[in-house]
Design a protein around this ligand. Structure first.
Ligand SMILES: Nc1nc2c(c(=O)[nH]1)N[C@H]1C(S)=C(S)[C@@H](COP(=O)(O)OP(=O)(O)OC[C@H]3O[C@@H](n4cnc5c(=O)[nH]c(N)nc54)[C@H](O)[C@@H]3O)O[C@H]1N2
Ligand SMILES: Nc1nc2c(c(=O)[nH]1)N[C@H]1C(S)=C(S)[C@@H](COP(=O)(O)OP(=O)(O)OC[C@H]3O[C@@H](n4cnc5c(=O)[nH]c(N)nc54)[C@H](O)[C@@H]3O)O[C@H]1N2
Ligand code: SF4
Ligand SMILES: [Mo]
Length: 745
């Protein structure tokens, strides 16, 4: 690779530079789990070192991505000045301009798009955890202007889970892993360098005697250490959970009191579950019926048990049913909001939630109803949030409760279709902040056409990405050591974690908060953005606690209300019936099946014989990031596709050989890795690959060479019905040998 990273000498110099500062607390945003760490600066005021937390219970929550922060934050390719496109879109030719000029021009061009096509012609994509200080300021401006078209990576990850969980019991619970006696991982595979705190939590629970059940088509790291491993076919999680319920109901292992007092629709659910005898579930999942029964018994009879969130059911054709089935399992076994089970974290009373800052009442109901997905795949759109508003207010005191940012967003596939074709209406301005949009949703070819068809694209990032290369304006964002922040687990948890600025950002670098504040002022909505600094806004957010940010920082590292269980006994559940809705009245009212079911994804064919599952997250990278960071890239220099030895032998493939994986929708090139651990007939494909070293030599820095987003289609027949989620887990593909692509590290 053409490595613009540090030399070994520079690294040694950095490591031995004197520290001028005592360590301060920061919340790492290199991945989305947000470990609280400590950071120090050197004599020049530059970030020197990332250190673990001093609290022994948190000290292990650190990984090699977090400790690479100095290499990331000081990287010579960091964007430091606002850039304006001078060449053709995507040509990657720029003129440097000031932040103020960029904001003024963006505001004028955005106003022109809105004047011509209406406010819904403006869309925003962000995931928010890496930019940290957005605080709903994006949706606030969109709501004031009248655009409902906000999308996010959370539509594929936890945000959509939160929305689907609310259908059943009006909130999104968090597993009480530390106190549990049984953990069920539907594919979820936390490791030492992937979601480290969850990995540590699982290990702690195991030390205290918890059993672990893993469902995974692969012998994953978690499966290796599990008490039971069910090696199911990819994409069959909903059928598996229906099989578990069959055992639990037939053997009367459910919590009869809880079901009688707190659930509605049990008889209807039971009739649906009877359609899934274990022979049928075995045929669908490929797992022996005795093992299915053993796992269901282990889960249902444990003294306490939790099913942690997993992205695997978030990204399947039966996603809504799959997620709802986890909710139903938690409820009928009496583990909901119970110690060691899955617990509802009530909003922190000392903190104004993001949903309130978003001003969701400012946008008219007519504009809300224009949200793409509102009529077709409504579960995580404004439509369902409107239906739940009264119940949310009754139980949680917030009408537009927004957990993991995912409870009233537009559907990305519909948005990109509208941007590409103008159907059902034109969308002509697109902003992407801290999200490498081109590679981060299904159907990358459509996303490219959609972006090529825009009048205005604005990107805020810390590096030039393939998405940024397509923009009209690229603005340099700040990083976590350069900003003050309070992390609040996105309304999923209720702990507040302090993150302090320890380095002053250079150049024209701005926070995401500052971007939205400045744009709002330039758009004529300044009166709704009265905060001069991010600290002013943090003062406002902390106002219910009577503390300012400075006071919080001087006295606390974190703040969380004491744990409370079975809160529903006082308030009921935040659903229309006030109960756990096994039979979902909302799905019924929306015109969907109110009971969960299994739907099969597209089957492998003679021409495309493999079942492909995409989305592997490699330890050294977060999603599409860090391929330009030498210390991390050297750990995982090229993308790998995993295959079983039997499949490799039959098709005469060698380990390490480069291959092309083709689906009906596109192809990727990668190196083959032969592993016993994977289920025969399956291929495992990584997420997020592009090649910063190919910038200038390949279209969009190789964004179409190895990105999983090209493989997966998003026509309506391929989407989960209720949410419009794509099917990343088990779609047909075929392999052919190729030469290693030129120029790759
Ligand atoms: N180092 C690192 N850590 C990360 C990330 C990163 O990019 N890098 N990303 C973070 C993010 S955003 C997320 S969402 C998490 C995701 O992390 P995980 O929850 O661990 O998810 P994956 O790595 O996508 O896949 C987990 C397992 O699901 C299995 N699997 C595949 N298809 C199916 C299926 O259909 N059913 C079942 N039951 N299992 C299946 C795979 O074999 C794999 O072992 O990781 C987080 N942690
Ligand atoms: N095709 C496909 N799409 C997916 C997935 C998949 O497996 N396949 N996975 C889904 C999942 S699980 C998730 S969680 C989402 C993740 O989606 P995102 O979290 O949006 O992740 P990325 O798209 O990699 O975008 C992160 C961008 O933020 C930039 N960045 C990093 N730190 C900072 C910072 O401090 N400030 C600023 N301003 N920018 C920063 C990085 O350079 C990078 O370009 O994607 C989803 N999309
Ligand atoms: S797991 Fe690693 S990258 Fe993620 S927040 Fe923690 S230290 Fe940072
Ligand atoms: Mo994710």
């Amino acid at each position: 690779m053409t490595d613009t990273d540090f030399t070994a000498d520079e690294l040694v110099a950095m490591a031995s530079a004197p520290e001028a500062s005592p360590a301060k607390h920061v919340v790492c945003s290199i991945c989305d789990i947000g470990c609280q760490l400590r950071a120090t600066t050197d004599g020049d005021g530059k970030l020197h070192k990332i250190l673990p937390h001093e609290d022994p219970f948190q000290a292990g929550n650190i990984c090699f991505k977090g400790t690479a922060a100095p290499q990331i934050h000081h990287h010579p390719d960091r964007l430091r000045t606002a850039l304006k496109r001078v060449g053709a879109r995507g040509e990657d030719r720029w003129e440097e301009i000031s932040h103020d000029q960029a904001i003024a021009e963006i505001a004028e061009r955005l106003k022109a798009v809105i004047a011509e096509h209406g406010p819904e012609a403006w869309a925003v994509s962000t995931s928010g955890w890496n930019t940290q200080t957005g605080y709903g300021m994006d949706r606030r401006l969109m709501n004031l202007v009248g655009s409902p078209n906000w999308i996010s990576g959370v539509s594929l990850c936890a945000g959509n889970t939160a929305a689907v969980n609310r259908l059943t019991y009006g909130w999104f619970p968090f597993p009480d892993v530390a106190a549990t006696k049984c953990i069920v991982l539907f594919g979820h595979n936390p490791r030492k360098h992937s979601w480290t705190p969850v990995y540590n939590g699982i290990n702690f629970a195991k030390m205290c005697g918890a059993k672990v059940i893993v469902l995974d088509p692969r012998v994953s790291e978690q499966a290796e250490g599990a008490d039971l491993h069910l090696q199911l076919r990819a994409g069959t999680d909903a059928a598996m959970a229906l099989g578990w319920l069959k055992v639990i109901f037939d053997e009367e292992l459910y919590d009869e009191d809880f079901v009688r007092d707190w659930c509605v629709g049990f008889e209807e659910l039971r009739a649906r579950v009877d359609e899934y005898p274990l022979e049928r579930v075995e045929a669908i999942t490929g797992v022996d019926r005795e093992l299915i029964a053993e796992a269901a018994r282990m889960y249902a009879t444990a003294e306490s048990a939790c099913i942690p969130w997993t992205p695997v059911t978030d990204q399947q054709i039966s996603s809504t049913s799959g997620i709802r089935l986890h909710s139903i399992l938690r409820a009928v076994t009496g583990n909901l909001d119970a110690p060691g089970g899955d617990v509802f974290n009530a909003p922190n009373p000392g903190w104004i939630p993001e949903a309130e800052l978003q001003l969701n009442d400012a946008i008219s109901p007519e504009q809300r109803a224009k949200q793409l997905g509102y009529h077709t795949h409504p579960v995580y759109t404004y439509r369902t949030a409107e239906m739940l508003g009264d119940a949310m207010e009754r139980v949680w005191g917030v009408r537009w409760a927004d957990q993991v940012m995912g409870c009233h967003m537009a559907n990305p596939s519909e948005l990109f279709r509208a941007m590409d074709t103008g159907d059902p209406y034109p969308v002509k301005a697109f902003f992407s902040l801290g999200n490498n949009t081109l590679l981060s949703y299904p159907n990358q070819h459509q996303i490219l056409r959609a972006l090529q068809n825009q009048d205005l694209i604005v990107v805020q990032d810390i590096f030039m990405t393939p998405t940024a290369m397509l923009a009209d304006y690229v603005l340099p964002g700040d990083v976590f050591t350069e900003r003050n922040h309070i992390a609040d687990s996105w309304g999923w948890g209720n702990r507040l974690n302090l993150s302090q600025q320890i380095v002053k950002p250079g150049g024209d670098i701005r926070s995401t908060f500052a971007f939205w504040r400045d744009l709002a002022h330039a758009m004529g909505h300044g009166e709704h953005y009265p905060w001069a600094t991010v600290e002013d806004l943090l003062d406002h957010r902390l106002s219910p606690s009577g503390r300012t940010f400075a006071e919080f920082a001087a006295t606390s590292i974190s703040d969380s209300p004491p744990p409370a269980y079975r809160k529903y006994e006082q308030t009921g559940f935040a659903t229309p019936s006030g109960k756990v809705e096994l039979y979902s009245s909302i799905l019924d009212d929306l015109g969907f099946y109110p009971l969960p079911y299994h739907r099969e994804g597209p089957a492998p064919t003679a021409d495309h014989p493999y079942a492909v599952f995409s989305g592997v997250r490699e330890d050294p990278f977060f999603q599409t990031g860090q391929r330009n960071i030498g210390v991390l890239r050297r750990r995982s220099p090229v993308p790998l596709i995993f295959i079983h030895p039997d499949d490799a032998a039959r098709d005469r493939f060698d380990d390490g050989q480069w291959v092309r994986l083709e689906t009906e929708h596109g192809h990727v090139d990668a190196q083959l890795a032969i592993r016993d651990s994977i289920l025969p007939g399956h291929l495992r494909v990584p997420h997020g690959w592009w090649y910063p070293e190919l910038r200038g030599n390949a279209e969009l820095a190789g964004a179409f060479i190895s990105s999983d987003a090209v493989l997966c289609g998003d026509s309506d027949d391929l989407l989960d019905r209720e949410q419009g989620t794509p099917h990343f887990k088990g779609y047909p593909g075929r392999l052919t040998p190729i030469d290693r692509p030129a120029g790759i590290a």
